[in-house]
Ligand binder design. Structure first.
Ligand code: SAM
Ligand code: SF4
Length: 472
């Protein structure tokens, strides 16, 4: 039997890339590959790239420069290292990568990575292989399922793609060009994935999609199901205790999704709802098709059914033509909403998008200064949100042993890391790992940077005992 070949995948960007990287491992495992954390040891290195901002794609070319040296060194010791570029830079710049980086053997877009084994074989035969078409077949139908041991090794929290691509065409964004048109997976396929994950120890599922709440997959009744309806069905899967979804568009928040937040205890009260700007003039130029007031109304609808709900968002500063007045409207919106956290970015012109052609680029120094002010405001809100947990008893889903002996780490409903020493809570001889996968109440005592520190609330819930006693 041939010795296993070693595979190293480096992923950039969004959650979907994290998910895709795992699925690439699933495709290559039956081909005899095993993962390695050490890039210099690898027989195949895949860069799973992000094209959302210029900085993200430039990183790929500098990484390819480093890989050329690693590959030369491997060649000197008689070993062949193959290099593949996957993800959205591969999709957007396929031919350009081949021209700029001769070290690359395979270029594969995000809709074609199920063809990786064939592409590697083609690169062996012809020197190089490039595939960036959007194939007609559904890649999910071709992706092998991970083995139970692999699912367990990946932990108790998993991403599941339910929707891909986007038809919204915000004027700054490359996603509709790199990920293609919006497509939803059928309910039955998603349900089968979630049941398999749950059977193998997964307790928390995050449904992902570029525009996840535009979900409209075929249901078992022959009708298109909404995301709210899908969540309702998945909440009934035995073993699943937490559900999340990301990333949503304000215009696709419908009554079913609001009802899901009202009715499903498993659906976490934490929603990532990007708004990008608080200025109606800029929102129109971005083609967001909603105003700041529309966005506030959507937030109010969530809050009306779920008072515990908290929000995060994405912002772009320095979109072409953004004035100080427009930026002040963004600060005002952030102040009005009050976020648990948010990502903010300087506008980055992306080739081929309408905004890249717009006049009135905001000078870099102005962008820097606005970004700094916005981030200060968001940081202050995030820190107030985290501080508010001190003295409260909150539910924590435990994920893994902590770095310190006897410590265990989990997350709150709002994804805040929570560190606990379970100590006396555990029976004699039990390791804290016995709590992995359980949701337990934790009294929060203090905050260390972004992490909450606390103690397990004195009385363990009844459901904790049998699991802990069996060491499950
Ligand atoms: N689909 C989501 C939405 O509707 O907002 C987000 C998609 S994108 C992968 C993630 C974030 O990157 C966006 O919300 C936006 O804030 C940021 N982004 C996208 N294009 C950008 C650009 N050209 N320059 C700066 N930031 C950008
Ligand atoms: Fe990009 Fe999101 Fe707009 Fe779609 S909705 S174009 S993914 S920012």
């Amino acid at each position: 039997m041939a010795p296993p070949r070693k595979l190293h995948i480096k992923s950039y960007g969004c959650q979907m890339n994290v998910y895709d990287a795992q699925r690439m491992v699933d495709v290559l495992t039956p081909e005899g590959f095993v993962e390695t954390a050490n890039v210099d040891d690898a027989d195949l290195v895949i860069l799973n790239t992000c094209h959302i901002r210029e900085k993200a794609s430039e990183k790929v070319y500098s990484e390819l420069g480093r890989l050329r040296l690693a590959r030369d060194e491997a060649a000197q010791s008689g070993r062949r290292m193959q290099i593949a570029v996957a993800g959205c830079v591969a999709q957007a710049e396929g031919e350009e990568i081949v021209r700029r980086a001769p070290v690359v053997d395979v270029v594969v877009g995000p809709q074609s990575y199920h063809h990786l084994p064939q592409l590697l074989a083609r690169a062996d035969a012809q020197g190089r292989a490039l595939e960036t078409e959007f194939p007609v077949e559904d890649k999910f139908g071709f992706l092998p399922q991970p083995a139970p041991a692999t699912i367990r090794a990946r932990g108790i929290s998993a991403f599941v793609t339910v929707q891909e691509g986007c038809d919204k065409f915000c004027t700054f964004c490359v996603v509709p060009y790199t990920r293609g048109a919006e497509v939803s997976r059928p309910v039955a396929a998603i349900l089968a994935d979630v049941e398999r994950l749950a059977d193998n120890g997964v307790r928390e599922i995050t449904l992902i999609g570029q525009n996840v709440n535009a979900y409209h997959g075929d249901g078992p009744d022959g009708r298109a199901w909404t995301l709210g309806r899908l969540l309702q069905r998945l909440a009934a899967v035995p073993g699943i205790v937490r559900l999340r979804y990301s990333t949503s568009h304000p215009n696709d928040v419908d009554d079913d999704l609001i009802a899901a937040h009202r009715d499903l205890p498993a659906l976490m009260p934490f929603v990532h709802l990007p708004v990008q700007s608080g200025s109606d003039r800029i929102l129109a130029a971005m083609n967001r098709k909603h105003s700041a007031a529309d966005y506030r109304r959507v937030i109010d609808r969530f809050r009306a059914v779920q008072p515990q709900i908290a929000f995060s968002s994405d912002f772009i500063v320095g979109f072409p033509g953004e004035t100080e007045l427009d930026f002040a409207a963004t600060l005002a919106l952030v102040t009005q909403i009050g976020y648990a956290g948010a990502y903010s970015f300087k506008y980055s012109p992306r080739p081929g998008t309408p905004a890249a052609e717009m006049p009135e680029m905001v000078p870099a120094a102005v962008m820097d200064e606005r970004l700094e002010r916005l981030q200060q405001l968001i940081d202050a809100q995030q820190s107030a949100f985290n501080k508010a947990a001190i003295g409260q008893t909150v539910d924590v889903l435990f994920e893994r042993a902590g770095r310190k002996p006897g410590q265990i780490v989990g997350r709150t409903a709002y994804l805040q890391p929570a560190h606990v020493f379970p100590g006396d809570f555990l029976g004699p001889g039990m390791s804290p790992d016995a709590l992995v996968g359980q949701v337990l109440p934790v009294r929060i005592d203090s905050l260390e940077r972004y992490s909450l520190l606390g103690e397990l609330a004195a009385t363990p819930p009844q459901h904790a005992r049998p699991l802990a006693a069996t060491g499950a």
